[in-house]
Design a protein around this ligand. Structure first.
Ligand code: C2E
Ligand code: MG
Ligand code: MG
Ligand code: MG
Length: 290
């Protein structure tokens, strides 16, 4: 390999994450072009399954970027760079637009599947966010209850006062909110209690090691109990084995997501996946938080 060829693709982007230099600017320039193009950015959708009924309770939209020269670039390699720039605003609007249009397509086809979109921390500081979101819902003609937004504890803790204003606006607009990656960030229970959220998603690092590390199983149990005591639906992320799925069910976890159940997939594949499961109810009767 020449030094040059080794710097293609994800390697270059990984460098960008640790610098403000040339690689960083290159990534941002490329992403700006991707936002103008219509064939580079798409969403994959990963099912969430109700552990009691086996029904689909919703899907999470996950960004995929097919770079014309570099191929697939993982969100882990570019979202952290983008979210520290003002480009995050147009990126977020683009993701929302794709997600609500797809949710509307499923809705008119008879599948009222709630779609969850991940929000970067910086979005919670945007006083226009609720307007942008409701504008997308309006233009796609999607009921607000079919859009969920995932935020992290860290995003809230960066500026709790501002974040709470935004979250309360979103909730008042009928959008359901989830705390993502629960357990990895810092948050106080006092704040968690104040957040107008409906769902708590336990980070996959705890779920992944629950069968091998008893301490992590204890944490998963504690997170489930905390969520339930706050009246939240509790979802486990990153379920990769049958054993984990059964253990989560036994601990009273409500919903699960992970490779064992289904990988993130393009919308057309998800539509086929729903059809292939017919016999299993398409949607949980109890998809809404208690
Ligand atoms: P996340 O929101 O916590 O999403 C879950 C990640 O775990 C996804 O990675 C998903 O593909 C992966 N995953 C799901 N099940 C399993 C499993 O069983 N095992 C393992 N090892 N992984 C599993 P992905 O798609 O690479 O996304 C990574 C992160 O990038 C997301 O974490 C989210 O924080 C961020 N992200 C993705 N799409 C968007 C987006 O549209 N906007 C923003 N702001 N962030 C996004
Ligand atoms: Mg998420
Ligand atoms: Mg997560
Ligand atoms: Mg995450």
């Amino acid at each position: 390999y020449t030094a040059k060829s080794e710097k293609t693709g994800a390697v270059m982007y990984r460098e960008a994450m640790n610098s403000d230099g040339a690689a960083h600017l290159l990534l941002l320039g490329d992403l700006r072009r991707a936002l103008d193009a219509d064939d580079q950015l798409s969403l994959h959708y990963q099912p969430k399954i109700d552990l009691r009924t086996g029904a689909l309770s919703g899907v999470e939209a996950l960004i995929r970027w097919r770079h014309p020269a570099r191929g697939m670039v993982s969100p882990a390699d570019f979202v952290p760079v983008v979210e520290n720039t003002s480009l995050i605003n147009s990126f977020t609007v683009r993701v929302l637009r794709m997600a609500v249009r797809q949710a509307h397509e499923w809705l008119v086809a008879g599948n009222a599947v709630p779609v969850a979109v991940n929000l970067s921390p910086r979005c919670l500081l945007d006083s226009q966010l609720t307007d942008k979101v409701t504008e997308q819902l309006r233009s796609a003609d999607l009921p607000a209850g079919l859009l969920h937004l995932e935020i992290t504890e860290t995003a809230v803790m960066a500026d709790p006062t501002t974040a709470l204003v935004t979250l309360n606006q979103l909730r008042a607009a009928g959008i359901l909110l989830s705390v993502d990656d629960f357990g990895t960030g810092y948050s106080s229970m006092a704040y968690l209690k104040q957040l107008p959220v409906s769902e708590l998603k336990i980070d996959r690092t705890f779920v992944g090691s629950m069968d091998t590390a008893p301490d992590d199983a204890v944490l998963v149990q504690a997170a489930i109990d905390l969520g339930h005591n706050l009246g939240l639906t509790v979802t486990a992320e990153g379920v990769e084995t049958k054993e984990q799925l059964e253990a989560l069910g036994a601990l009273g976890c409500d919903t699960a997501q992970g490779y064992y159940l289904a990988r993130p997939m393009p919308a057309a594949d998800l539509t086929r996946w729903i059809l292939a499961r017919s016999g299993v109810p398409a949607l949980s009767n109890d998809q809404h938080p208690r």
